[in-house]
Design a protein around this ligand. Structure first.
Ligand code: ZN
Length: 290
């Protein structure tokens, strides 16, 4: 009888020398991080995988092979971005002084009710070195196609600034197809803007992928909503790999980053698909920013 060897473990795609990219992280200034955590603890006790200690989160990110993270502060109300972006930039400067194993990318944020949304964006870019923008329609209760954002979209097109946008009207974080339709109008008016639909529009993933299919500038990140990962099949991942980005929501996530990386690398996907999703797409977008 022939000896049948034990099956080999599935081949895991190893990270490149500069590591994977997590394009959806919320390392907030410590006092704000504590306040956000109180809200999570009140509504979702015991579900999160991380404390608010940034060093513990960064240790876990690097252990998972991550070499670059995009730090996304978000303005839930007018007047917030004015202090939040400088405070986050200062927090990142402190972390960079201690961590040379990880590249920390700052995103700006703003709210359409701000007095001067474009001025806030320009300061984030030119004074604080932001290289992305985060808009959170859900917690900020605004429409993605709010006309007051027009000059912001124009600047994002000029600078090729990636915009991570969380569609929806509910602070539970879920999006509906109607919310995705707002993004459709933005993408139609501003096809040059690199838009990244946060959480792949969970649970409106099908509507989001339809948007990605129709607009070359639209992308989606695979960030879970606490414990629920957006449901994309292997075929979706293969088809849209150069438009998909990895994200974890650390530290406000129900899964450890390593589990999320394994979830992708253990799937039966070509290496080029895995490497695009785990960093290639994000690095390509960032390289285009002017
Ligand atoms: Zn998030």
């Amino acid at each position: 009888m022939p000896v049948v060897p034990d099956p080999l473990p599935p081949a895991r795609t190893a990270p490149p020398a500069d590591g994977w990219v997590d394009s959806h992280v919320h390392l907030l200034p410590p006092r704000l991080a504590a306040r956000v955590r109180e809200v999570f603890d009140a509504h979702l006790p015991g579900l999160l995988a991380y404390s608010t200690d940034p060093q513990a989160a960064l240790d876990d990110l690097t252990a998972a092979g991550i070499g670059q993270i995009w730090v996304l502060p978000y303005a839930h109300a007018p007047g917030v971005a004015d202090w939040l972006v400088p405070a986050t930039a200062e927090h990142l400067a402190e972390l960079r002084a201690e961590r040379h194993d990880l590249e920390l990318i700052l995103a700006g944020t703003l709210h359409p009710d701000d007095d001067d949304p474009l001025g806030l964006l320009d300061r984030a870019l030119d004074d604080y070195g932001a290289r992305a923008l985060k808009l959170h329609c859900a917690v900020g209760s605004f429409a993605a196609d709010d006309p007051r954002l027009e000059p912001v979209w124009q600047r994002c097109a000029e600078r090729q600034l990636p915009v991570v946008i969380h569609a929806g009207k509910h602070d539970s974080g879920v999006a509906a197809p109607a919310d995705v339709a707002e993004l459709d109008r933005v993408a139609t008016r501003h096809p040059e803007v690199p838009l990244i639909v946060a959480h792949a529009g969970h649970p409106a993933v099908a509507a989001t992928l339809e948007l990605v299919h129709r607009h070359p500038g639209v992308h989606a990140d695979l960030t879970p909503v606490v414990t629920r990962t957006p449901t994309l099949g292997d075929e979706d991942l293969r088809r849209f790999a150069d438009r998909l980005l990895f994200g974890s929501d650390t530290p406000n996530t129900g899964h450890r980053v390593g589990q999320l990386v394994d979830f992708l690398t253990s799937r039966d996907l070509p290496d080029e698909v895995t490497t695009a999703i785990l960093g290639g797409t994000a690095r390509r977008l960032l390289a285009a920013v002017t």
